[in-house]
Design a protein around this ligand. Structure first.
Ligand code: FAD
Length: 412
């Protein structure tokens, strides 16, 4: 009998799952449902579009014809409102009932709103969709002053957009450096300098108490908790994601922040899988639950989920993710889980070269490389091998890392 596979979300996780399902199950019924008005596009590149560097075309990955050619039923502008795991069916905002044999939830997240006065004013932007990028670009092209909030990987994209669009901006951060959970002040200073060169001034021990607006309700300034006032007719906020799990209400599917899945991307409900940013997966390398927010991980999870939907327990998700920043004259890469761990080491090699590794129970669990990315494959290999190496930091921090210089670990 023909099996029906329904995928909620046409981001990279959902779309990769659909592609794998079609490749491996030529006769299956496959439906992809998305509340967005466009098929899969490259979310990583929408910042380049907002900077004014790329036209719309290269951002798009799949046109609707891609789905037609593969006999995949793509439903654009369709919001799933409710799932009934017992009945193996779901409901859309138009009360349409869609039945499934196997379901994949790959609904990602929605940017968190800053809970302060006037954070919904005109001119305040959050950044997740191509639509967001279009309004950010058109506003940044005419704005003169800006305010960025959120000292993480998406906040720095907004800062870079201001830099590229000649918006003089203040980047308000709560701590004493950018991405303080993964970088020290010494490492972060390399990025602070690069921001300053582009007209974006980092402000530390700051944040937003409230925004001021003009009579038309357009943002004009941010007042920080110290009472300092920063003018800005453009505001970009990136303080994290709320995961899109509302449709699971009443299903009993285990979740906390994200949806709990095992290494096969199975949720706690029969025949329901999840993939992408939305999952809190069982990380077989860490031996505990983890969550990723990266394109490569979401793509791999979508593929792994599809394989296990077709053939139970046929493929495990065992993956070291990477995230790079390409806004500056030097490369930047974080890998694994650089914000966790019980030990660390770091070194600065030059004004634009720095490295930090995070360890847990003696094993590498993540890191950040600035300037020279060449050791990434060695570090990732050690991470995948779960090798105890924290006692050999000198070898790990050599400019050219040679794994042959490491003493054999006790487990070997
Ligand atoms: C500006 C920006 C820059 C980024 N840069 C990088 C980078 O450089 N490197 C990197 O690795 N990662 C980057 N990321 C993160 C990366 O894009 C995400 O980790 C990845 O796209 C997640 O894919 P996903 O398929 O899990 O979720 P999403 O891409 O969020 O897709 C989920 C889809 O589900 C839809 N949906 C949600 N709820 C419903 C519902 N009820 N019914 C129907 N549809 C629904 C959503 O609208 C969305 O289209 C960036 C993200 C952004 C926003």
């Amino acid at each position: 009998m023909t099996q029906s596979y329904v995928i909620i979300g046409d981001g990279i996780a959902g779309s990769s799952a659909a592609e794998t399902l079609r490749e491996e199950a030529p006769d299956a019924d496959i439906t992809v449902i998305t509340d967005e008005g466009e098929a899969l596009y490259n979310r990583i590149l929408i910042k380049e579009f907002a900077k004014g560097k790329l036209p719309e075309m290269p951002i798009s990955i799949h046109e609707p014809e891609w789905y037609e050619e593969r006999d995949i039923d793509l439903r654009l502008n369709t919001l799933v409102t409710n799932i009934d795991p017992e009945g193996h069916r779901l409901k859309t905002h138009e009360d349409e009932i869609i039945e499934y044999d196997k379901l994949l939830v790959s609904t990602g997240g929605t940017p968190t709103q800053l809970p302060v006065e006037n954070s919904d004013a005109e001119g305040v932007h959050h950044f997740w969709t191509f639509q967001d990028a279009r309004s950010i670009r058109s506003h940044a092209e005419e704005a003169e002053t800006g305010i960025i909030v959120g000292a993480g990987l998406l906040g720095i994209d907004l800062a870079a957009i201001c830099g590229a669009q000649d918006v003089e901006a203040h980047y308000l951060m709560r701590g004493d450096c950018w991405w303080r959970y993964a970088l020290s002040t010494e490492g972060a200073e390399i990025l602070h300098d690069a921001m300053r060169e582009r007209g974006v001034e980092p402000v530390f021990q700051s944040g937003v108490d409230h925004f001021e607006t003009d009579d038309d309700g357009h943002v004009t300034a941010a007042i920080d908790p110290n009472g300092e006032r920063y003018e800005g007719d453009f505001v970009g906020i990136a303080i994290g994601l709320n995961f899109n799990t509302e449709i699971l209400q009443g299903t009993g599917i285990e979740r906390d922040g994200g949806i709990f899945v095992d290494e096969y991307m199975r949720t706690s409900a029969d025949d329901i899988f999840a993939a992408g940013d939305i999952t809190r997966y069982h990380d077989t390398i860490l031996g505990e639950r983890a969550q990723n927010g990266s394109w490569d991980s979401a793509k791999s999870q979508g593929t792994v989920a599809a394989k296990n939907m077709l053939d139970p327990e046929s493929e495990e998700f065992r993956f070291v993710s990477s995230y790079s920043i390409t806004h500056f004259d030097f490369p930047f890469l974080s890998f694994g889980h650089p914000t966790i761990g019980d030990d660390e080491c770091e070194r600065k090699y030059s004004d634009t070269e720095w490295r930090r590794l995070a360890f847990k129970d003696g094993k590498i669990v993540g890191g950040v490389l600035i300037g020279d990315l060449s050791p990434q494959s060695a570090y990732k290999q050690l991470m995948r091998e779960e090798r105890v190496v924290a006692d050999q930091k000198e070898v790990l921090l050599q400019q050219d890392v040679d794994l042959d210089d490491l003493a054999p670990s006790q487990e070997q």
